[in-house]
Design a protein around this ligand. Structure first.
Ligand SMILES: [Mg+2]
Length: 430
């Protein structure tokens, strides 16, 4: 029987902030989305105050002072690096791992003599080496492992006390009793829409879904629904996906920190987005054959003239060279830009990606592609060492009015020398 585990960081972004500032423990902490828009991570204290995921900042601003809520801008450099560390530690506890999201990983726990002890050891190691709390859910299928994690996190069962819960340790009766207490919407892959339509069929709990007829529900929904039912019954229909498939498209898009009206300012922002997208492209060893640029005014400012446009720019030669991609993006922007609008957001989408080994040379092309490749490699090497943006296009500009609001960002504790935390140690003479 296969045994799957799902390891998930608790309130991950908040936990990352707490690692480097212990005074944040046991006080309410919120992390905001890009541009300080809305809540994307909440500590338990904040959840208890009733602030929901995705609530815009201005809607809970009045709670900040009276409850002493600590508010942070998102620090994705920090969270990304902490995620890498978390995944590394998990990888040492399994021979097969699927990284599912920034703070979630499936692991193969098959064949272990004591699954629970193994999970507790993993949890302890993560706490010690990375500093963040995780819950571990275990079950004979990925769907049950995911649900077990929910049980561990919400403490829905007496054995889940330490943040580890194993469906495999329960008798069939006990398992069914627990499933009957879990709303069907908590099951992996059952979204809001399905929850509503399943309710019409009299299916409101995980147990009712488990006991439903797979063939009927497959006809009504899809094979995915049938698979979910069988997985709830303890049959493993999905295996770990160890290799993340290379992305077919890469998009980088942001709202500006302030509304922009000038071509040059938008072009500077675009240079930054293209740089970011090209880095991702090279990291997965792909080249792009076309690029889409888009430009938007703020749809919520109904008092302002609206413009929402995009254009695709084909590339003569597929490339991963930031400079070539930026030239194409600028060509696109020139076609899209009209003066007299207040622009709010822009982005680039790299399309028609293929492995960089399949690069074709172009006859009579003035640009030396091989030299470009070597240059990009050097840029990536330097930036890996000194941090993103160490070497960048001058086209990004200096003022950066387009830059996101991130007024409450913590430091880059793990990726920038100057931001390393300092520990003081007092030694008292005897
Ligand atoms: Mg999480």
């Amino acid at each position: 029987v296969p045994v799957f585990a799902l390891i998930d960081g608790n309130n991950f972004y908040v936990s990352c902030e707490r690692v480097f500032d212990p005074s944040l423990n046991r006080v309410p902490v919120i992390v905001l989305s890009n541009n300080d828009g809305c809540a994307v991570a909440r500590s338990n204290e904040v959840k208890a105050l009733g602030v929901k995921m995705g609530t815009p900042f201005f809607e809970f601003k009045h709670l900040v002072k009276p409850h002493n809520i600590q508010v942070f801008s998102s620090n994705y450099t920090l969270y990304g690096d902490m995620s890498r560390r978390l995944m590394n530690v998990i990888g040492q506890f399994t021979w097969r791992q699927e990284i599912y999201s920034v703070d979630e990983s499936f692991a193969d726990f098959s064949g272990l003599a004591d699954v629970r002890a193994h999970a507790l050891a993993l949890q302890h190691q993560v706490r010690q080496w990375v500093g963040i709390p995780v819950c571990v859910g275990i079950g004979p299928s990925k769907t049950l492992a995911k649900l077990a994690n929910h049980v561990a996190k919400k403490q829905l069962h007496p054995t889940a006390g330490e943040g580890v819960f194993d469906f495999g340790a329960l008798s069939t009766d006990a398992r069914d009793r627990l499933l009957s207490e879990i709303p069907v919407g908590e099951v992996w892959g059952i979204g809001h829409r399905h929850t509503a339509s399943l309710a019409n069929l009299g299916i409101a709990t995980a147990l009712q879904l488990k006991n439903a007829d797979p063939a009927t529900l497959r006809r009504r929904y899809s094979v995915v629904m049938e698979r979910t039912i069988r997985e709830l019954r303890g049959e493993a229909c999905m295996d770990l996906e160890e290799v993340t498939p290379a992305k077919q498209q890469i998009m980088v898009s942001r709202s500006f920190g302030t509304l922009l009206t000038e071509f040059n300012e938008i072009s500077e922002a675009l240079a930054y987005y293209v740089t970011h997208a090209a880095e991702k492209l090279r990291r997965q060893a792909s080249i792009a054959s076309a690029l889409l640029v888009f430009l938007h005014t703020n749809p919520f400012r109904e008092d302002q003239a609206q413009r929402h446009v995009s254009v695709t720019v084909p590339l003569i030669q597929a490339t991963d060279d930031t400079r070539v991609l930026f030239q194409a993006a600028q060509t696109g922007l020139r076609r899209l830009f009209r003066p007299g609008f207040h622009y709010h957001k822009a982005g680039v989408l790299l399309m028609d990606l293929r492995p960089s080994g399949s690069r074709q040379a172009v006859l009579f092309d003035g640009f030396d592609a091989q030299r470009g490749q070597r240059l990009m490699q050097k840029v990536d090497t330097v930036n890996r060492r000194v941090g993103r943006g160490g070497l960048r296009l001058a086209a990004e500009g200096i003022d950066k009015r387009w830059q996101l609001r991130a007024e409450r960002k913590s430091r880059h504790f793990t990726t920038r020398w100057a931001d390393l935390p300092v520990a003081y140690c007092w030694v008292y003479p005897c």
